[in-house]
Design a protein around this ligand. Structure first.
Ligand SMILES: O=C(O)CCC(=O)C(=O)O
Ligand SMILES: [Fe+2]
Length: 359
């Protein structure tokens, strides 16, 4: 069977992408096996303890880990990716009913409406889900299964976060209920907690020879500018398209994460960094546009879950020793200092972040 020249080029580009050196291909990301952990309401204590140690070690040395055997079926994620595609294909007028509401942070953001890097246009569609109220979701006539798929997935990610909070509590020398109690309002929709499930779709971009990094308007673009998330930790499930890059703790070099089928990435947020006096530093990350015509012609999907404490939670002092080495330059000194002074009121921090990143 003969292969046409364009098919051959496509295959070569795909193979090159697959052979890209990544943190995963170099075994530089800790992999944590959650098998036998139980559920958030009925956890297997000895396993949760062991996972707490592994998570603490991964987040303190690297800033991230890959979770496997977490119990969230790949099919649920794929169904959600396809619902988001259907939402993004709706006419703009129809999407407009669902635009993000600043008060609740719930709703849809068109490409360019959220910027981490103010020098570039960030090409992604986001749907933030902060309340599990059917009235706040795309109507069944518009995207038939959106709500039906989103709610169970949001429950799964909330429950996974609750198990991890119990594991971290053990590692901090606290009782497992201590961190749960500070995160009691996740996705309750009563405004008490800023946690969110976010659906992300990054559309294809033109080939490099059409314009290496600019649209017709000459404005440079990227997929997601460099930032650290603001909460306790973030869970990230991604498709296989790649593009996620991170700066590991203590390093100033951007490195590609790579893809581990079925795994969910967990990374430290700014609140946990401040809470642990930077013993667990926040992970800087970004999503770059891939090189090669084939990869650029494909969209990328991701589901993120941002785990935050309750806005009025009095965060307990952690019985931890101070960070042994100076912290990497994750925040500007101003942001860091301001944040420390306001640590007991996480709501101030999240409001500041929203003002900085939403157009
Ligand atoms: O798409 C991704 O992998 C990351 C998205 C992200 O970092 C964010 O929305 O905060
Ligand atoms: Fe992020």
């Amino acid at each position: 069977m003969s292969v046409s020249e364009s098919e051959h080029n496509q295959l070569t580009t795909t193979m090159a992408a697959q052979q890209e050196e990544t943190l995963l291909s170099r075994c530089e990301i800790p992999i944590i096996d959650l098998a036998h952990i139980g559920t958030d309401v009925c956890p297997m204590k000895s396993v949760v303890r062991r996972i707490g140690q592994q998570l603490f070690s991964a987040l303190s040395t690297k800033g991230l880990a890959m979770l496997v055997n977490h119990g969230i079926a790949e099919e649920k994620l794929k169904a959600m990716y396809s619902d988001l595609d259907n939402f993004c294909a709706l006419p703009e007028g129809c999407q407009a009913q669902y635009l993000r509401k600043p008060d609740s942070n719930h709703g849809y953001l068109r490409p360019g409406m959220e910027q981490f890097d103010t020098t570039k246009k960030e090409l992604r569609h986001c749907y933030n889900i902060t309340t599990l109220s059917p009235a706040a979701m795309p109507a069944q006539e518009e995207v038939p299964e959106f709500t039906q798929h989103a709610f169970p997935l949001a429950h799964d990610l909330t429950n996974l976060s609750k198990v991890l909070l119990q594991a971290l509590a053990y590692a901090f020398g606290l009782t497992p209920a201590t961190l749960l109690a500070c995160h009691s309002g996740m996705l309750q929709g009563d405004g008490s907690n800023p946690s969110a499930m976010r659906l992300l779709y990054y559309p294809p971009v033109p080939p490099e020879d059409v314009g290496p990094c600019c649209q017709g308007d000459g404005v440079p673009y990227t997929r997601c500018g460099a930032h650290a998330d603001s909460g306790t930790f973030t869970l990230l499930a991604q498709d296989s398209e790649g593009g996620l890059e991170v700066k590991l703790n203590g390093s100033d070099k951007w490195q590609a994460v790579g893809h581990l089928p079925g795994a969910i990435l967990v990374q430290t947020g700014q609140l946990l960094a401040a809470w642990t006096t930077n013993l667990l530093p926040a992970l800087m990350h970004r999503v770059v546009v891939p090189s090669g015509t084939y990869a650029r012609a494909r969209g990328r999907h991701c589901v993120a879950f941002f785990c935050h404490p309750d806005k009025d939670a009095a965060l307990p002092t952690l019985p931890l020793r101070a960070a042994p080495i100076p912290a990497p330059p994750t925040f500007t000194p101003h942001t860091h200092l301001t944040f420390h002074h306001r640590l007991l009121n996480a709501a101030h921090h999240i409001q500041k972040r929203f003002r900085e990143t939403y157009a």
